[in-house]
Design a protein around this ligand. Structure first.
Ligand code: NDP
Ligand code: 5RP
Length: 305
């Protein structure tokens, strides 16, 4: 069994690693050698951390499952499943799906890791419309277990092959039967962020305190339980009152919060520009990212994942 990942950026390389860690062979394709070399370096860094936790003992063996390929035809030849993780730019995806339409046959399923394009839009770009779905991974894909799989009425009805393969690579899969913007996770994240902005704008709490509230409050439970489980533990009679009292008072704004617009105008985009809501100019971000990765591993070990 060989899986091909197209695009070796942040997502592609960690998706490739998730398969390699499960001893599944992967072709990792990108257009330039520089991107492939960077991907190889980054994957080795992730593996160093895995070794620290005794999650792998032989990184050479894991690396032997990944072929770094700069030729598309070679990358997809004899591959049984393709995941596309090229930039979220329609023209780039369009050019790639046009080539794939010529190179692939109808027995191959292609999945896009798109964050924002609907499956219907992608189907318009690809010849075998019933053989394309969305597999939405989360960064870093070798650690975050969830994958959202999106199909629609045009997709081949039985995509159990995709679910089984993702589960074999250690993933927790949720299936969406409708092509809805934001899938499940980004809708939930956006709903929380909308209310968080509302609380800051109305001077009810600072953004630092809201982060603190989440990290030291429900965030701890969210690693263990989802909202419906939490409601069950709290009591549905209580949640009936919470919901009926609070829903009318929650933010339902449709536009982008002014603060977010202002931050974008100032090019204060977060860690990538050194400043967002917080100032990162004195923070060692490389180590901060590694520490975050280690903490995620510790949580996963605790959860037996
Ligand atoms: N970042 C995230 O948190 C998440 C992103 N996604 C989605 O995953 C996809 C990839 O995102 P991400 O990994 O962040 O993006 P990156 O920009 O990090 O990686 C994309 C990679 O694809 C390469 N590339 C460009 N054109 C082609 C091509 N024609 N064929 C093969 N490779 C190509 C790029 O090379 P070069 O740099 O040289 O252009 C780059 O190495 C997007 O659709 C994104 O929306 C989904 C979930 C989470
Ligand atoms: O879906 C996504 C990209 O496809 C991400 O959820 C979105 O970009 C936000 O990323 P993060 O939650 O890591 O900040």
């Amino acid at each position: 069994m060989t899986v091909t990942i197209l695009g070796a950026g942040i997502m592609g390389r960690t998706i490739a690693l998730s398969f390699a860690l499960a001893n599944i062979d992967v072709n990792l394709y990108d257009v330039t050698n520089e991107s492939l070399e960077l991907a190889q370096k980054k994957i080795l860094e992730h593996l160093e951390i895995q070794k620290e936790y005794n999650l792998v003992d032989d990184e050479t063996k894991i690396m032997s499952h990944i072929d770094f390929v700069d030729n598309l035809e070679e990358a997809v030849k004899e591959s049984e499943f393709i995941i596309e993780a090229v930039p979220e730019v329609l023209k780039i995806k369009e050019a790639l799906y046009s080539k794939l339409s010529d190179l692939l046959t109808e027995d191959i399923i292609v999945a896009s890791n798109t964050s924002t394009f609907s499956l219907e839009k992608l189907q318009k770009l690809y010849h075998y419309k019933d053989k394309i779905c969305i597999t939405h991974y989360f960064n870093p894909a070798h650690l975050v277990p969830l994958v959202e799989v999106v199909t629609n009425s045009m997709t081949e009805q039985d995509i159990s092959f995709v679910k089984t393969l993702l589960e074999k690579s250690g993933k927790e899969v949720i299936l969406l039967n409708q092509d809805i913007d934001g899938f499940v996770v980004n809708r939930l994240q956006a709903a929380l962020l909308r209310e968080a902005f509302n609380l800051v704008e109305n001077n009810i709490a600072s953004f630092e305190d809201i982060d603190k509230a989440v990290k030291f409050g429900p965030g701890l439970r969210w690693a263990l339980n989802g909202p419906f489980e939490i409601a069950d533990f709290g009591g549905l009679d209580t949640w009936d009152k919470v919901v009926s009292n609070l829903f009318p008072d929650l933010s339902n704004r449709q536009d982008t919060p002014e603060k977010l617009i202002e931050k974008n105008k100032l090019n204060e985009l977060g860690t990538k520009t050194g400043k967002g809501f917080y100032d990162y100019s004195k923070v060692d971000l490389v180590n901060a990212e590694k520490d975050r990765e280690k903490q995620m591993i510790e949580i996963l070990i605790t959860k037996n994942k």
